[in-house]
Design a protein around this ligand. Structure first.
Ligand SMILES: Nc1nc2c(c(=O)[nH]1)N[C@H]1C(S)=C(S)[C@@H](COP(=O)(O)O)O[C@H]1N2
Ligand SMILES: [Mo]
Length: 316
């Protein structure tokens, strides 16, 4: 997003992947066996997760897992959409801990296993709309962020929640190269009422399995009514604070990315319209179908009241 490129991927970018996917469908014999072998290794690492489907799920067609795990933004592994899928396997996600501190009664460093005990895991099928103009529908497995915050005991002075991603250059090539696309750690923030909203979840899995590294293993935020960059990956710290915390994209370009970043078809990005979006997997090349972007990404009924009286153009 930082890099001055057209808002949507060019057809020249998608073509190789489309070809690759099509080629995989036709692959036969020996080659197929080796491809399956590679998939087998990945499957061995992914743990199956049983979770009841949440009624807060959309009934729209789910994006193919193949697309959701090969077309990503995770700048710690590079700025290319295929970088995370190719490079994130180097990240070790166990053991993992999450520090929860700031204005809470019980500041502590929780193990991942302990965090996951905060509430029953459920499957939530959510739309994810990237600020760049594409979207997916992803079956997350997670639980409300509110469960963790309530466990820690939020103090009355707390007004915002700040989140932080891991910094580990040895395992994150985007943090160690000559070209550093962003300042690290990647940080994000929510107003406390947004963080406590039942739609806001911490996800540890998707597609019935533990999260692939490229999607933010082992624990990431998902805030479905905001642009995708708010959904911070591979979280190591959650801090309750009194004043609005800095966020990575706002810090890197405040004129283009705001703190709220609610999906809004009526408020354009300075360099492109946000009125429509391309659903990954729907058409390709010249035949890309664009669909209208929905207010609050289609979650207006549940979240519009959070912003009553707020000028959404000024507070983008
Ligand atoms: N730490 C971190 N979190 C991140 C990003 C990132 O670069 N680093 N990219 C964001 C952006 S721009 C999007 S669109 C979503 C993409 O999530 P997905 O790859 O699981 O679809 O992750 C978000 N979370
Ligand atoms: Mo994004």
């Amino acid at each position: 997003m930082l890099i001055r490129r057209p808002p949507d991927i060019a057809s020249s970018e998608i073509t190789p992947k489309e070809l690759y996917l099509r080629r995989r469908e036709f692959i036969g014999g020996v080659v197929a066996a080796s491809v399956l072998g590679a998939i087998g290794v990945e499957d061995a690492r992914a743990a199956k997760i049983d979770a009841a489907k949440s009624p807060l799920s959309t009934t729209e067609t789910v994006t193919r897992r193949e697309d959701a795990t090969t077309y990503n933004n995770f700048y710690e592994f590079g700025t290319g959409k295929d970088d995370p899928g190719r490079k994130a396997h180097t990240l070790t996600t166990a053991p993992w801990s999450v520090k929860i501190d700031g204005l809470v009664n019980k500041p502590a460093t929780y193990t991942l296993e302990d965090v996951l005990k905060s509430a029953p895991l459920e499957e939530r099928i959510y739309r994810l709309r990237c600020v760049e103009g594409w979207s997916m529908v992803i079956p997350w497995i997670g639980f409300p962020l509110a469960a963790v915050l309530n466990r820690a005991g939020v103090q009355s002075k707390a007004k915002y929640v700040a989140f932080e991603t891991l910094v580990r250059p040895a395992e994150m090539p985007g943090q160690s190269g000559l070209f550093q696309p962003l300042p690290w750690p990647y940080v994000e923030g929510l107003r406390l009422d947004e963080a406590m909203h039942p739609l806001t979840i911490l996800a540890s899995g998707m597609y019935g399995e533990s999260l692939p590294n490229q999607n933010g293993a082992p624990l990431r935020l998902v805030v479905p009514w905001k642009y995708g960059f708010k959904s911070i990956k591979s979280i190591v710290a959650i801090r309750l604070v009194e004043t609005q915390p800095p966020t990575t994209w706002q810090t890197s370009d405040a004129g283009e990315y705001g703190f709220f970043s609610n999906v809004n078809p009526e408020v354009d990005h300075p360099r492109w319209s946000q009125a429509t979006e391309r659903r990954i997997g729907e058409g390709s090349g010249l035949f890309v179908k664009r669909r209208p972007t929905l207010m609050f990404n289609g979650y207006a009924d549940q979240v519009a009241s959070l912003y009553a009286g707020l000028d959404l153009k000024a507070n983008y």
